[in-house]
Design a protein around this ligand. Structure first.
Ligand SMILES: CC(C)(COP(=O)(O)OP(=O)(O)OC[C@H]1O[C@@H](n2cnc3c(N)ncnc32)[C@H](O)[C@@H]1OP(=O)(O)O)[C@@H](O)C(=O)NCCC(=O)NCCS
Length: 161
């Protein structure tokens, strides 16, 4: 599972109990998952179809830094299923888990459309495809343009766009 997005828990994110408001967390998770699905399926038209039970494992407090993790667990014909976890960035203590989030790939008419994907797309693969199709002179994805240093980190393609 890749943990990309970090959030700093601020006063406006709290509930009256002084801990992170579940609604704020769910909004962040839904957006993070949608971005992940968009990048994996290479289509901006994806919608949330289903979320399984949400387990608020422990609370976060003002000032905590938390991180949001996603992993594709199943590629269907028109859907993609993700697992999500939020944890404290420093202590790694789990804050929330969602076992199943299903997103559906839509066509221009808003109808479910086959996405053709069967496995996780990695950022270097997505970049290589972009480079071949439109920017053949761009530096290789595993090279720092200035130093030539190999910087390849095999991360899932959810930080594109
Ligand atoms: C998304 C939507 C177009 C799908 O319509 P639908 O008639 O359910 O479509 P289908 O029956 O063809 O199912 C589409 C996919 O979703 C899956 N799916 C449908 N219902 C599901 C459920 N309850 N749980 C898990 N997966 C489900 C199907 O298995 C199928 O996946 P597959 O092709 O990979 O096998 C429609 O339900 C919709 O518009 N929902 C509202 C979405 C929305 O507004 N979300 C919130 C904002 S993003």
């Amino acid at each position: 599972m890749n943990f990309h997005t970090r959030k700093w828990v601020k006063p406006e994110d709290l509930n009256p109990n002084g801990t992170l408001f579940g609604g704020s967390l769910l909004r962040w998770i839904d957006e993070e998952a949608a971005i992940y699905a968009i990048c994996q399926l290479d289509n901006q038209r994806v919608v949330t179809k289903f979320m399984s039970e949400i387990n608020f494992v422990s609370s976060a407090r003002k000032g905590d830094i938390i991180e949001l993790g996603m992993k594709a667990t199943h590629f269907g014909r028109t859907s993609i299923t993700l697992r999500a976890e939020v944890r404290n960035k420093i202590t790694r203590k789990s804050i929330l888990t969602v076992e199943k989030m299903v997103f559906v790939n839509l066509d221009e008419n808003g109808e479910p459309a086959p996405h053709g994907r069967t496995q996780i797309r990695y950022a270097d693969e997505a970049f290589a495809r972009y480079r071949e199709s439109s920017h053949p002179s761009a530096p290789a994805p595993d090279q720092n343009a200035a130093t030539g240093e190999n910087v390849l980190e095999r991360v899932e393609a959810d930080t594109m766009h």
